[in-house]
Design a protein around this ligand. Structure first.
Ligand code: FAD
Length: 473
């Protein structure tokens, strides 16, 4: 590949910006730095992980599989009764191959189009800091004016009896292993009811698995600010619609691969075909010699400020390795901020409004403040999605949109939604919040109809007291 160089070649160049890790944070930072005229080297330790977690085992493959599985599910559940006849068969191997083609397409886009066009060079090898301005790869020492650590994260393994044996035997798998499956297990117990557990649980259910989710906290999606979202998803959707068994305030005490059993803190023992571990991720900080060069690490993550700077002036960090949000959306901006600062700009990331999304069905999304409906300082309204014509035409009559606004100013300050395309609407809501939009302004606008994004507009109208689709209360 034309962008690839050897460590010997890399040694003979004085680089402005060397990036360790080719994931979202690293790749985006590399391109941005090159756009700003810096001489950039991107180092990735694993050729099969070019593009990092998001592209290989995260955002991209999950969305591709959800896309295929959603069509299968909608056809077999609804559309067979609405004029479509089908002898559909789901070919798991072909489905996973489609996912792999997409991943290869994205990697090729970067390696053959984006990187060469901006002059970013790529080196395959494990990087280790030698000093604040040099990196060792194999025997080569590579000099850099500035360094970005973007080494990402890996699935966290909880200290459960039998987990290592379970993983060795393939009875227990992580989200990374999920993408290597060649058949769909008949029954799966998922440890962890966060975004990844819920997303993969939805996928597995739609593929025909019997799914149980075990969550140690007292609700699904415990990191989401509005508890109603996780509770609605657990009750109305997962339990009632899908028949997924959700066990909250429960932990797994033992994984027993010999007997295909999982033991729980409530005394139950469940027989399952696979255990999927989805209890979060931990930053990749080992083997980098962070201590040797004095980079501060707190709770296993590299400490950074809003400029993506570590405590060592020539070293930046971005993405999951900073342990901040563990989202590609955040990793991208952190990386770009690091690149711009390495090019002597003064950029910073605004952590005040981070859209949070779960690609369940229906989707969940959240941004901004949450408030209690009895608090007189705020207007808190919840609009059922069933009033939207597109929603009912598309057989998605569930969920709601919650709006929080300041009572005196009318400013929109929070959006929390469960429903179709919530992942799209949340960015519109974030823009409205950022721009200080008020409820009064929105009701004067003409918007396209019938579209899913009217869910946001109609919910804002409800908060303004002018929604005309709901009966009088
Ligand atoms: P990574 O993408 O993990 O990249 C780090 C790279 O560094 C890796 O390729 C690694 O091999 C390399 N590396 C590590 N150490 C070294 C070394 N010493 N030398 C050289 N290279 C090294 N986020 C979203 O925003 N939306 C989603 O829908 C979403 N879905 C997800 C679904 C799943 C199942 C998972 C697991 C995650 C999902 N995420 C999502 C999170 C997202 O994937 C991560 O936040 C993002 O990929 C982090 O990017 P990063 O650049 O920090 O690290």
């Amino acid at each position: 590949m034309s962008v690839e160089i050897t460590s010997r070649d890399a040694e003979n160049t004085r680089w402005d910006f060397v990036v360790i890790g080719s994931g979202t944070a690293g790749a985006d930072a590399a391109v941005r730095a090159a756009q700003l005229g810096l001489k950039v080297l991107l180092i990735e330790r694993d050729r099969n992980r070019l593009g990092g977690t998001c592209v290989n085992v995260g955002c991209v493959p999950t969305k591709k599989l959800l896309y295929i599985v959603d069509h299968y599910y909608e056809l077999s559940k609804y559309l067979v009764n609405e004029g479509l006849s089908t002898n559909m068969k789901l070919d798991i191997k072909a489905m996973f191959e489609a996912k792999d083609r997409l991943i290869n397409q994205i990697i090729a886009w970067y390696m053959f189009r984006v990187f060469p066009s901006w002059g970013v060079k790529v080196l395959i090898g494990e990087a280790r800091l030698e000093s604040p301005r040099s990196i060792k790869v194999g025997d080569s020492v590579i000099e850099a004016r500035n360094i970005l650590i973007a080494t990402g994260s890996r699935p966290k393994l909880p200290p459960i009896k039998g987990i290592e044996q379970g993983l060795r035997r393939g009875f227990a798998i992580t989200s990374d292993d999920f993408f290597l499956l060649d058949s769909i297990p008949e029954s799966v117990l998922i440890i962890g009811g966060g975004a990844i557990g819920v997303e993969l649980g939805t996928l597995l259910y739609k593929l025909g698995s019997r799914v149980t989710i075990v969550e140690v906290m007292d609700r699904l999606l415990p990191t989401f600010p509005d508890p109603e979202l996780g509770n609605y998803l657990a009750g109305k959707v997962m339990k009632e619609m899908y028949g997924i068994d959700i066990k909250v305030s429960t932990s797994v005490t033992e994984i027993d691969p010999d007997n295909g059993l999982v033991r729980l803190s409530n005394g139950e023992s469940l027989k399952v075909n696979k255990v999927l571990i989805a209890v979060g991720r931990e930053p990749n900080t080992e083997g980098l010699n962070l201590e040797g060069v004095g980079v501060e690490v707190r709770n296993g993550a590299i400490t950074v400020d809003d400029h993506s700077r570590t405590n060592v002036p020539s070293i930046y960090a971005a993405g999951d390795v900073t342990g901040k949000y563990m989202l590609a959306s955040v990793a991208k901006v952190q990386g770009i901020v690091a690149a711009e600062n390495a090019a002597s700009l003064n950029s910073r990331i605004d952590y005040s409004l981070i859209p949070m999304v779960v690609f369940s069905d229906p989707e969940i999304a959240s941004v901004g403040t949450i408030a209690n409906k009895d608090d007189p300082k705020y207007i808190v309204t919840k609009m059922p999605n069933i009033i939207n014509y597109r929603v009912i035409a598309y057989n998605k009559p569930y969920g709601w949109v919650k709006i929080i606004a300041e009572r005196v100013s009318g400013k929109i300050i929070g959006f929390h939604m469960i429903g179709p395309w919530a992942s799209e609407l949340v960015n519109m809501a974030a823009m409205a919040i950022r721009k200080g939009l008020t409820l009064g302004e929105v009701k004067e606008w003409v918007v396209a109809h019938p579209v899913f994004s009217e869910l946001l507009i109609d919910a804002l109208e409800l908060a303004a007291g002018s929604n005309v689709y709901l009966p009088r209360r």
